[in-house]
Design a protein around this ligand. Sequence first.
Ligand SMILES: *[C@@H]1O[C@H](CO)[C@@H](O)[C@H](O)[C@H]1NC(C)=O
Ligand SMILES: *[C@@H]1O[C@H](CO)[C@@H](O)[C@H](O)[C@H]1NC(C)=O
Ligand SMILES: *[C@@H]1O[C@H](CO)[C@@H](O)[C@H](O)[C@H]1NC(C)=O
Ligand SMILES: *[C@@H]1O[C@H](CO)[C@@H](O)[C@H](O)[C@H]1NC(C)=O
Ligand SMILES: *[C@@H]1O[C@H](CO)[C@@H](O)[C@H](O)[C@H]1NC(C)=O
Ligand SMILES: *[C@@H]1O[C@H](CO)[C@@H](O)[C@H](O)[C@H]1NC(C)=O
Ligand SMILES: *[C@@H]1O[C@H](CO)[C@@H](O)[C@H](O)[C@H]1NC(C)=O
Length: 648
Amino acid sequence: MVFLRSLILSASVAALAVLSNAASTPSDSITIKPTPTAHHGPTPTATTEPNPGHSDTHTDACGVLASTNHTELKYKHVIDCYNSIPFDSAQASTTLSTVLTIFKDYYVFTDSALARTAPKPFANAPYDIVGELEKIGRRKYTSDYKFHNDILEAVTGLGDGHADYGSMYLSVRVYLDEAKRGYNDCIVETINGEDALSYLRTYARDVYGVSHDPNARLNFMLASQTYNTARSLFTNFPGEFSQRITVPQGPYLDYRLKCPHKADTTELREEWRVHPLINASYTDAASYVANICMEPPETIEPPAEGSLLHRRDEPVRRIIKRAEFEPTLPPIGPQFPSADVLVTGNATVFYHLKDQPDTGVLVCHTFQPSDVEAEKDVILAGLIAFHAHNVTNILVDFQGNPGGWIDFSAFLVQMLFPNKNLLDASFPSDMRISKPFQNLAKLSYNIPDTNFFNAHDYINLSNGTAVYESNDLFDKPITLNRNGRRSLWTEVTTFKPSPLDTKHTTSLASFPWTAKPENIRILTDGRCGSACGMATYLWTALHNVAAYAIGGTHGEDLSMFSFAGASVMDFSVLQGDYKSANLTSPLADLPYKNKITFSWLEMYGHGRTTPLEYDAELYRPKHRLGFTPENARSREVLWMEVAAAAWK
Ligand SMILES: *[C@@H]1O[C@H](CO)[C@@H](O)[C@H](O)[C@H]1NC(C)=O
Ligand SMILES: *[C@@H]1O[C@H](CO)[C@@H](O)[C@H](O)[C@H]1NC(C)=O
Ligand SMILES: *[C@@H]1O[C@H](CO)[C@@H](O)[C@H](O)[C@H]1NC(C)=O
Ligand SMILES: *[C@@H]1O[C@H](CO)[C@@H](O)[C@H](O)[C@H]1NC(C)=O
Ligand SMILES: *[C@@H]1O[C@H](CO)[C@@H](O)[C@H](O)[C@H]1NC(C)=O
Ligand SMILES: *[C@@H]1O[C@H](CO)[C@@H](O)[C@H](O)[C@H]1NC(C)=O
Ligand SMILES: *[C@@H]1O[C@H](CO)[C@@H](O)[C@H](O)[C@H]1NC(C)=O
């Protein structure tokens, strides 16, 4: 699967501390959970320049990295290799020119990002991505790594989970510590000498660009429970602070812990540990560039499930291939004593709370199952099982759902709130228009199912629910001035939706919760991205379902979802679209086989004029909750708390 492969490839350097700075408790302290957080800080400063004069067994830092036994790998081996790769100005100028064109002409939020106002829960300052990239063009580099990392940081600054520049420095993972040393529930007082919470908040604000809300970003940092499909269990996920996609700022982190049964504090210096993801197919800097950057090998070990990298890919829709599926029961025993598993799929799990037998919990942990049609059958089977167990109330748990197929998300929305009109679960949308984009659309118009730029796939909102009968959507753009920047746009349209199959909808009318907001609640930690955010928006804003948002900072707002308002595209897909239309792409291929994703179509809330991505008001939940050591460790505890609060 393309998505998985690229996902691993963008997994540059990640880190895992077993010491965890878990969720903040209502008292604003940080508890340590069995998983952690660590720092992907600003670019490490160059510590090693290539040193051809020096004669050692391995004069080449990448040669050292390749030949060092995995168990002995240190931070220094990695950063020294990266820093030793010489800057290649031709490669860099091609790369920068392609990235600049993407963000000038194709990225849909370039203008919106300049917006001055950021109402709560957002906190974004105006951001000029084109200006930031142009600054890189004016800078002098000696390190190739520094150059690519600066591009990554510029893109990260957008705070858009859909926009990503995957540097090709990819071959290792960094871990902090996996020893179990009895630090569970100790308070992390400081990290690198700073108050731990402010350290994490600063890191989440400056370095981790997946939301415009600093508190949602904070939740991404922290350890959490993630559903592991292969094992049919919730397992611990370390969080993005301790599992990095870039090389951390230094070789270790210093923690000061205050443990419950000890008078003194504990000082810990946690070194990053390195776990290679690929077999070393290089012996020096030159072969690193040739074999890893230019031709990435297959990875040997997929990243931990629930890794942040999932969030980057959200194709809009895909070709439906099969039907017919018998949902299976989970292969292993139940994880939670108070919640029975009724039905398990690959994106959803249906639990029944024993002590609150009128409540069913629908966990939806992704909108990108391997087989969408099979998963739709699972959802129907799960709802039927709820009904058979006399469930009347449904708690939908969206924590950590990174999104996926928009059609599939619209399907789930309609399984609880069936559409009254064809477009109820659709989003008014528009696209940036440029000449090369128009050329592609013109050729696509007569070829069905080739790409996203075929006007036949969009609805002319001035003509009921009919699709466009001409290419005017792309041929006759309108000019909009946003935040002082004028660009061409399509008029507002929407994808032609796929109506639900009657085999899925016929039972819905008999369920006691169908179309009843008082019987449904959403549980989220803000890490509900893209298609997950879209479902949350539709349920909360259009159907009045109340959501509980957990985590963040006590006393502050927290978004229900992140990066909800766009469809994302991988740059290589765009290049492929030009190729299959026999057009010359205006963008040069990237010298390195790295991955750039960007939002190309933006969506609006119904009746709204600010794109959903920037429409902060729509992100606010009705209810707030704080993590405790108990509910952070067990979904079961959390579900029971929410069910008790929701249905007294
Ligand atoms: C790496 O080191 C470990 C532990 O010292 C040892 O068991 C293993 O055989 C070594 N691997 C290689 C490839 O040398
Ligand atoms: C990596 O090396 C191991 C051990 O030599 C080998 O079994 C495996 O096939 C290699 N994997 C790749 C992707 O080359
Ligand atoms: C879930 O994934 C497993 C393993 O890939 C597969 O055998 C099963 O059919 C899938 N189930 C659904 C509902 O797609
Ligand atoms: C559901 O309620 C019905 C009617 O009260 C009852 O007969 C049935 O046993 C209940 N089913 C379960 C699984 O509790
Ligand atoms: C959309 O439909 C309206 C109403 O029928 C029509 O006037 C308009 O020309 C159509 N727009 C395009 C681009 O086809
Ligand atoms: C409006 O939609 C109808 C079908 O409902 C179609 O026949 C007609 O051509 C459309 N008009 C325009 C201007 O696209
Ligand atoms: C592109 O060119 C190839 C070979 O000339 C041809 O078979 C194909 O139909 C062309 N595609 C388009 C979209 O024009």
